[in-house]
Design a protein around this ligand. Structure first.
Ligand code: ADP
Length: 661
């Protein structure tokens, strides 16, 4: 076995690999960009080496720097994780040329599966069913249109080098084919430098079912059963599970055998996934599943397979790469129970899943479930990399139990400082079709808007936020947690008003002390009575409307985050939000008060503006910041554009000097 390995990745997967390596007594070397100097994977590894600036192209994709780091550290092997260089055959060759082992398949196997058209042709030869369609050499538009006609509409055009759902176009009518072909080609060209496409039958009700395979250098290939990844949003996986609902023993056998044939056909070694699409318009049928592609690496969703097999897939990868045979034969592998994984992201479902950046002021996962994460509280989610916060993995004896655990776990995830999809994921768990196991890739799309909107905070949460903002939930430092409340009592009967921003609106909350630990909070014409039963400054027991329940309170630089009854609610002090505008008053320029994304620009050079006009809207942390003209004048320059990620202090807009205006 290796004594030391280098992990050519970051985030949760780097942390995941380090954990297994450590358990096996293998030393680990992390690599990092400048943006990740203080990242969790760096802290967990035995040693860490800088490989370049924040941009992935210059660091995590920098083959020369990674090879140099591996050599300098004395590592014997390189684990690529997923993404980045994991499926780059040139990287594998560079690793091997440096005399190191690559923890993954051969460059040859990766190349064989690298292009969707060649992979399909290869699989057809190996007797693996492939999606009906054209995947040959010819690329003339007229010819492909004829093929589409022969396949029968609707069809799906796919860039052969595509990945991550890019370069795919569904076409319903022959009249739209030419335009869709052009746009798929353009996207393939710009994203992958390859404009060649294939044309497939578009499945009316598709399910994404993939099979985990493992090969070794001794001619053995096994499968570790299937995962269902049908819960997708725009062809991206959202929640995965294993096994697949409704799977019969015969169909599992058939899919497993096809996947093993696929891997054996390319002499596969290491962990791989054979992705199939199943047409379930007439239910899950053994004669309706087709090879889509093979991913020649560990998948994001590998933990659900680990949960139902009790195996450590990273351990298997390390053993195989070190030359050992597969630890188990097919007949020694069993499915135990059911598992789910949800991908918790820093993103805003209500805003078309816009990635969120900012400081993760709070991050606490629930106890008793597997959380794979590469970040901890205090870390910054940067715009440079995938904004995944964690993978939440649950296991139960039966599907319903595992799903109930997932929903509870998602509700117990406490994340503050950035917007997340936790509420969206929890709502998905409650979709009747999903709960019934009646999944297909269109399920999320059909479920509609109700999934996206975050419900506003209930009145008792507003009341609690007001008490928190006024300091009444704080422990007073000494032993007496009620010092503040006593202090409050001193100024007796008087009421105090606090302004908080929530859900993009400003709220005035008027707090009156009614009695011992009992308050009245008035807000938009409503009056709420709320009692505090106990408080240690962070966890409070709240009495409201005949119920008592716990809530936790976190503060960060932007305000307060309250977690209660399975929901997180963020409040910003309205004074704080207004403060940025004030700081900008006067002067000739608008600059970014914090790092963020430019969302709206309402003006252009040469335009005359009046003091107070909203000129640039930024999204920063979880807030929308409207930056207004500091004075009347003429716009000289707007050095930013919508969609730009800007640093704190970056110049957003410059006015002509006063005398010229
Ligand atoms: P990528 O490599 O970009 O991820 P895939 O070929 O793996 O592309 O397909 C991604 C997703 O697109 C699948 O999981 C499925 O939801 C959908 N899809 C792919 N092929 C078809 C098809 N022929 N019919 C319907 N949906 C498809």
């Amino acid at each position: 076995m290796f004594r030391k390995i280098l992990i050519a990745n970051r985030g949760e997967i780097a942390c995941r690999v380090i954990r297994t390596a450590r358990r096996m007594g293998i030393a680990t070397v992390a690599v990092h960009s400048d943006a990740d100097r203080a990242a969790l994977h760096v802290a967990l590894a035995d040693e860490a080496i800088r490989i370049g600036p924040a941009e992935a192209a210059k660091s995590y994709l920098n083959i020369a720097a990674i090879i140099e780091a591996a050599k300098a550290s004395g590592a014997e092997a390189v684990h690529p994780g997923y993404g980045f260089l994991s499926e780059n055959p040139d990287f594998v060759e560079a690793v091997e040329a440096a005399g190191l082992a690559f923890i993954g398949p051969s460059a040859k196997a990766i190349r064989a599966m690298g292009l969707k058209d060649a992979a399909k042709a290869l699989m057809e030869k190996a007797g693996v069913p492939v999606v009906p369609g054209y995947h040959g050499e010819r690329q003339e538009s007229v010819f492909l249109a004829g093929e589409a006609e022969a396949i029968g509409y609707p069809v799906l055009i796919k860039a052969r080098a595509g990945g991550g759902g890019k370069g795919m176009r569904r076409v319903d009518h022959p009249a739209d084919f030419a335009a869709a072909l052009e746009s798929a080609r353009r996207e393939g060209e710009s994203a992958f430098g390859d404009g060649c496409v294939l044309v497939e039958k578009y499945m009316a009700k598709p399910r994404h079912i993939e099979v985990q395979v493992f090969g070794d250098g001794h001619g053995n290939v096994v499968h570790l059963f299937e995962r269902d990844c049908s819960l997708q949003r725009r062809h991206q996986k959202v929640i995965e599970e294993a096994p697949a609902p409704g799977m019969t023993a015969e169909m599992r056998e058939a899919m497993g055998a096809a996947a093993v044939r696929a891997a054996a056909a390319i002499g596969y070694s290491g962990a791989g996934t054979v992705e199939f699409i199943a047409d379930v318009s007439e239910g899950l049928r053994q004669d309706r599943f087709y090879f889509m592609e093979m991913n020649t690496r560990l998948q994001v969703e590998h933990p659900v397979t680990e949960a139902i097999t009790g195996l450590d897939l990273v351990e298997w990868q390390l053993r195989v790469a070190a030359g050992e045979p597969l630890p188990k034969r097919q007949d020694a592998l069993f499915i135990d129970g059911w598992a789910f994984e949800a991908r918790l992201y820093a993103e805003n479902p209500a805003r078309d899943f816009l990635p969120a950046t900012g400081r993760l002021s709070v991050f606490e996962g629930p106890e008793g479930v597997r959380i794979d994460s590469g970040v901890r509280a205090g870390d910054v989610i940067t715009p440079y990399y995938d904004p995944m916060i964690a993978k939440v993995v649950t296991h139960g004896r039966a599907r319903a139990e595992a799903l109930a655990k997932l929903e509870t776990a998602l509700q117990q995830c406490r994340v503050g400082g950035v917007t997340t999809n936790a509420g969206f994921l929890a709502r998905l768990c409650r979709l009747p079709a999903f709960a019934a196991g009646d999944v297909d890739t269109g399920l999320i799309g059909r479920a509609g808007e109700g999934l996206l909107a975050e419900p506003g905070a209930p009145e008792e949460v507003f009341a609690l936020a007001a008490l928190a903002a006024l300091g009444f939930l704080d422990a007073s430092g000494d032993a007496d947690p009620w010092g503040h409340i006593r202090g409050f009592r001193l100024w007796g009967g008087a009421a105090q008003t606090v302004f908080l921003e929530h859900g993009g609106e400003e709220h005035a909350l008027r707090v009156t002390l009614l009695g011992s630990n009992l308050f009245r909070v008035e807000h938009s014409g409503l009056s709420t009575e709320i009692g505090l039963e106990a408080s240690d400054g962070r966890t409070v027991r709240v009495a409201f409307d005949g119920h008592t329940f716990p809530a936790t309170v976190h503060r960060d630089e932007t305000g307060i985050v309250l977690f209660s009854r399975g929901h997180g609610h963020a409040f910003t002090r309205a004074e704080a939000a207004g403060h940025h505008g004030a700081a900008q008053a006067g002067g000739d320029r608008l600059s970014a008060p914090m790092p963020g994304l430019v969302r709206i620009v309402t003006t252009a050079p040469g335009a005359r503006v009046a003091k107070g006009d909203a000129l640039v809207t930024m999204e920063a942390m979880k807030m929308e910041l409207v930056l207004a003209a500091p004075r009347d004048g003429v716009v000289a320059a707007v050095p930013v554009a919508v969609g730009d990620q800007v640093a704190e202090g970056a110049l957003l807009l410059q006015l002509e000097p006063e005398e010229a205006a």
